[in-house]
Ligand binder design. Structure first.
Ligand code: ADP
Length: 382
């Protein structure tokens, strides 16, 4: 199952995006709908609220009077905590129920207005954020949705900023243009990235690795940060650290478009336990069964199923050779120009061989197979 988090500021166009995903076959789980559902008349949620806040939070017909509840629950931290303690577990349980009942091969899109505010980004394989300039959102909220301007402004101001959303966005959709442009972007995202990602996940294989060396991208550090946050969540107490290693961590160094991460686990047992969770989290094992793959990646054990933003993972206990090597190679690449040249020379030789070959990946792998032991002993100074 591929899990996508969808968010964006109020009026950014999330509903249009969710609708398009639904048409394409996604299972939509809408946080706003669930939040209303769990406090409908006759629910334990509504009964809990009445018990905590009194029956004057009800309308004459027995439904929840939201403004009346807000007036009571948002007055102090304790009341707010009481409200959250009633509603949050119910929303969580209902969300889990809906996700569990989706087919195993589903692409589940969770529409969550406050995803960023709730720190939920690491829960998802990918986070899609809809970005629309504030002035445009304001106009649309007033013109199309009939909101009062001051109210719309206040709601925008109460949410996270686009800068904060940018930090967690794996995919940014721009909705300053026409609805047609937005729909076309969603369709393209679906067919070019989400469907192949889901197919790789199902098959338990990483996406094909890029075989060309390119100029450095500022985006690499942000990708490393986003993926590390997810891996820290998945690893929990069993891991000590997640670090960005390899050539993409070095300022200004050309590299293949692959961010290398190393996970240091508490122990070999913990490393094995976390490694078992990585495939479902979006990072299938790198297997010898895939031509050229195992050696191509050196000590890497897992790589992302995402066809666009490649990540490799090396996981081990603190004293494992693979973990130690990753650290030493990173430090050498950062501090020593000759090491960078040697590293780049091997990658470029492999890329050139791939460029000429009928089976580029095997050709790339063969050159790396041949050169990696020598490069590592040079970098490790042995
Ligand atoms: P959200 O769900 O993110 O709060 P909506 O999808 O409801 O936002 O969009 C806000 C309003 O703007 C809606 O009335 C919607 O029809 C309108 N809208 C969305 N996208 C566009 C667009 N590209 N051009 C014009 N109006 C749009």
């Amino acid at each position: 199952m591929l899990r996508i988090g969808l968010t964006g500021g109020i009026g950014s166009g999330k509903s249009t995006v969710a609708r398009t995903f639904a048409e394409l076959g996604a299972t939509i789980v809408d946080a706003d709908v669930i939040a209303r559902e769990v406090v409908e008349p006759g629910t334990p949620g509504l009964a809990g609220l009445v018990e905590a806040f009194g029956d004057d939070i009800l309308l004459p017909d027995g439904r929840l009077d939201r403004p009346a509840l807000a007036a009571k629950a948002f007055t102090d931290d304790e009341s707010r905590a009481t409200l959250n303690a009633i509603v949050h577990p119910l929303v969580g349980a209902r969300t889990a129920e809906l996700i569990d009942s989706a087919p195993e091969d589903a692409i589940v899109v969770q529409d969550i207005p406050l995803l960023v505010e709730g720190g939920m980004a690491p829960l998802f394989h990918l986070v899609v954020v809809v970005f629309t300039d504030e002035s445009v959102r304001l106009r649309r909220l007033v013109d199309s949705r009939g909101l009062d301007e001051a109210d719309a402004k206040a709601r925008i101001a109460a949410q996270a900023t686009d800068v904060q959303r940018r930090e967690v966005a794996d995919i940014a959709l721009d909705n300053n243009g026409s609805p047609e442009t937005l729909v076309a972007a969603v369709r393209q995202l679906w067919s070019e990235r989400l469907e192949p990602f889901a197919a790789n996940l199902r098959a338990g294989v990483p996406a094909a690795p890029p075989l060309i060396v390119r100029e450095p991208r500022a985006e690499w550090a942000r990708r490393a940060e986003r993926r590390s946050r997810r891996l820290r969540l998945i690893g929990g107490d069993e891991i000590v650290d997640v670090e960005h290693v390899g050539p993409t961590v070095v300022d200004g160094m050309p590299a293949r478009d692959v961010v290398d991460l190393v996970i240091t686990a508490e122990s070999a047992e913990h490393a094995a336990a976390v490694a078992d969770r990585l495939p479902a989290a979006g990072f299938p094992r790198v297997g010898a069964d895939i031509a050229g793959f195992r050696r191509l990646w050196g000590p890497v054990t897992h790589a992302s199923a995402d066809p666009e933003e490649q990540v490799t993972i090396t996981i081990g206990a603190p004293r494992d050779t693979a973990v130690h090597t990753a650290h030493v190679v990173r430090d050498r690449l950062r501090t020593d120009g000759d090491s960078r040249l040697a590293y780049l020379a091997l990658e470029r030789r492999a890329a050139a061989a791939a460029d000429r070959a009928d089976d580029p990946r095997a050709a790339f792998g063969a050159v790396i197979d041949d050169g990696l032991p020598g490069l590592h002993s040079y970098l490790l100074g042995s």
